[in-house]
Design a protein around this ligand. Structure first.
Ligand SMILES: [Ca+2]
Ligand SMILES: [Ca+2]
Ligand SMILES: [Ca+2]
Length: 209
């Protein structure tokens, strides 16, 4: 699933810019704000595809374009018992869901219900029960599982600092996104590569991946 054949910053930008829809995890996304993987491309970001190793947490920098329509969902996108967490640009918790409230599944869905402005955010996907903490403790209480919640733990007032380690599944996931865009736009040098030939070449690579 990963676009392993593409290498280098220009190629990363090319893959995103050429299709403007799906970001594939490059290597392993980090689990802190500083090491989060920045999605790069043009247009709407409709999905992020990645892989969880046991005890993995992946964080992606995304852009929320429309807070009314925004959603991120792993329902139907993986067999992993996921959790989704959204942090603002400074690492403070915004919203979280463990098990989709409406679907009754072990997968997760968050919306723009607690998002107050468009801009850059950090979207984290973990396996139950890896939870984020600040220096003051858990940012979200462990339960209820099937409700989308703003931060309600003892550590809610401070930014992301660490994760509890839990979750033993090894598998792929896809996060469907609505109302979202890429964290960064491609560099001008990468955009210059975006001739028709470049788009066609990226398409061939993508279908082979
Ligand atoms: Ca990963
Ligand atoms: Ca990771
Ligand atoms: Ca779950």
């Amino acid at each position: 699933m990963k676009i392993a054949l593409l290498a280098g910053a220009a190629a990363l930008a090319l893959s995103g810019a050429a299709f403007g829809d799906v970001w594939a995890e490059q290597g392993d996304a980090g689990q802190s704000i500083a090491t989060a993987q920045h999605t790069v491309g043009l247009g709407s970001l409709d999905a992020i595809r990645g892989h969880h190793d046991p005890n993995d947490v992946d964080i992606y920098c995304i852009r929320i374009l429309d807070i009314r329509s925004f959603s991120a969902s792993t329902v139907g996108g993986t067999s992993i018992d996921t959790q989704l967490f959204l942090f603002d640009a400074n690492g403070y918790g915004v919203t979280h869901n463990d098990d989709d409230p409406a679907g009754g599944s072990l997968q997760s869905k968050i919306t723009g219900a607690f998002v107050t402005s468009p801009g850059l955010y950090y979207l984290a996907i973990s396996q139950y029960n890896a939870d984020p903490s600040s220096i003051s403790g858990l940012i979200w209480a462990n339960s209820p599982f099937n409700v989308e919640r703003a931060p309600d733990g003892p550590g809610a007032g401070d930014p992301l600092n660490s994760w509890s380690v839990s979750g033993t599944t090894d598998g792929d996931y896809s996060i469907a996104l609505v109302g979202a865009g890429f964290c960064e736009i491609p560099a001008p040098s990468a955009l210059a590569l975006l001739g028709l030939g470049g788009i066609a070449a990226a398409g061939r690579r993508r279908r082979q991946a």
